[in-house]
Write a protein that binds this ligand. Structure first.
Ligand code: HGY
Ligand code: MN
Ligand code: MN
Ligand code: MN
Length: 408
């Protein structure tokens, strides 16, 4: 069985990398902090007796051989990069629990027919390049070439950042897995919501992962003097943006299942006494049902055009990413259900409003997720927390789920 203490110690140790004065963690993809986190994870994988390599995209992979070395692999893991000022569980819990599972198997001499690989995906969050899941897309062979030229706030491209971090954009085809080579992908992750806490349960089985779109709005008006320009003569892009954000909230609320967020807004030139020239913000819109999400998007886009026209400002909308919702596979859900029952946890199913690397792997193989209770449902926030006991419970359910999937 898994060692909860060792898992917790590693979680706390890894959580120190990229730590901010706020107590939160900032560990963006292909940065020195993510590199240090990867190096620490490599040392844990070696302690676990795994054969470790890093693929061309920068994903760190530790392999436990199966009795059938040629068989497809059972893949487990999550990501090491974080959002700005995030928590220490989002991502690392899945990577470290995956290592704990195979280390426990190796220490107890447990053999499996199928090889098991633990992966630490790079750039799941998309915080640095505003285009997420670079590592899992590369593994699925679906990373669009143009993404290699996306740039961060300092103008550094994905390709350049990948190279500096030890990856090789010219060998990404080597990182791609072919269909049939991965038996299943299972990710343990914190819920990042309140459902398990409301239900009074430590773990849950994920039914499906919401699909998201990120759309960049650029609104151009005219910079003018804040004091000398009458209200009736202004072309103020920030006021137009404010109206559009009110429409986003109104349209998302209407369905009861859709969530719409604007977390990033830039105002240029940003002077107190200057009517802004230009504003940029990004909409994050999600729903488990793609048709519902797209209907909400169309309502927002139509009204945004009208608002811009009525205010005589120029509106551009550019889709930064578009992830379809995916359902978790019956095979993985049933293995997780048996694992819960075996451990005395009442099986409990819930959807994931957060997106995860499994979305990218779904075309490649059956996917599934196991959730661990989040305290107050808080995540993407320094206050993100799960208890040692709940993390150990999640790792135990992962162990039994993976053990079943790895048998002949
Ligand atoms: O944005 C998300 O849902 C995930 O944290 N990447
Ligand atoms: Mn996250
Ligand atoms: Mn995550
Ligand atoms: Mn994830």
């Amino acid at each position: 069985m898994v060692q909860g203490e060792r898992l917790w110690r590693r979680l706390m140790e890894l959580g120190e990398i990229g730590k901010q004065p706020s107590g939160g963690v900032t560990r963006l993809s292909f940065t020195a902090e993510e590199r240090r986190a990867k190096d620490l994870v490599v040392s844990y994988m070696r302690e676990a007796g795994l054969a470790v390599h890093e693929d061309a995209a920068g994903n760190v992979i530790g392999r436990k051989e199966g009795t059938n070395r040629e068989a497809s692999v059972v893949l487990i893991g999550s990501h090491l990069d974080s959002v700005y000022n995030g928590g220490r569980f989002d991502g690392p819990l899945g990577v470290l629990a995956g290592i704990e599972v195979v280390q426990s198997m190796n220490e107890q001499g447990v053999k499996t027919h199928y090889p098991i690989e633990v992966v630490a995906f790079t750039d799941e969050e998309g915080a640095r390049f505003r285009f997420g899941m670079i590592g899992s897309r590369a593994m699925a062979g679906t990373l669009p070439l143009e993404a290699l030229d996306y740039r961060d706030a300092n103008g550094i491209s994905v390709a350049e950042a990948m190279r500096r971090a030890g990856g090789d954009p010219n060998r990404l085809h080597e990182a791609a897995r072919k269909r049939g080579t991965v038996k299943a992908y299972v990710e343990l992750h914190i819920e990042q919501g309140r459902v398990l806490e409301e239900a009074g349960l430590p773990v849950g089985i994920v039914t499906g992962i919401a699909g998201l779109i990120w759309v960049k709005f650029t609104i151009e008006g005219k910079a003018e003097h804040a004091g000398a320009t009458p209200m009736s003569l202004r072309r103020d892009p920030l006021v137009a943006a404010a109206h559009i954000m009110a429409v986003i909230e109104e349209e998302a609320r209407r369905t009861g299942t859709t969530v719409g967020t604007v977390g990033q807004l830039h105002v240029f030139p940003g002077g107190i006494n200057i009517i802004p020239e230009r504003v940029e913000f990004v909409l994050d819109l999600r729903d488990l049902n793609a048709e519902v999400r797209d209907r909400v998007w169309n309502m927002i886009a139509t009204q945004a055009e009208k608002i811009a026209a009525s205010r005589n400002v120029r509106l551009m909308m550019e889709r930064l990413q578009d992830m379809p919702p995916v359902l978790c596979s019956e095979v993985v859900k049933q293995a997780a259900e048996r694992a819960c029952k075996q451990l005395g946890y009442p099986p409990f199913w819930l959807p994931s409003g957060a997106a995860h690397d499994g979305v990218q792997l779904a075309p490649l193989c059956p996917i599934g997720m196991i959730f661990v209770r989040s305290q107050d449902g808080v995540s993407h926030n320094p206050a993100e927390w799960s208890t040692k006991e709940d993390c150990a419970a999640g790792a135990a359910v992962l162990y039994h789920t993976v053990w079943q999937l790895a048998q002949a």
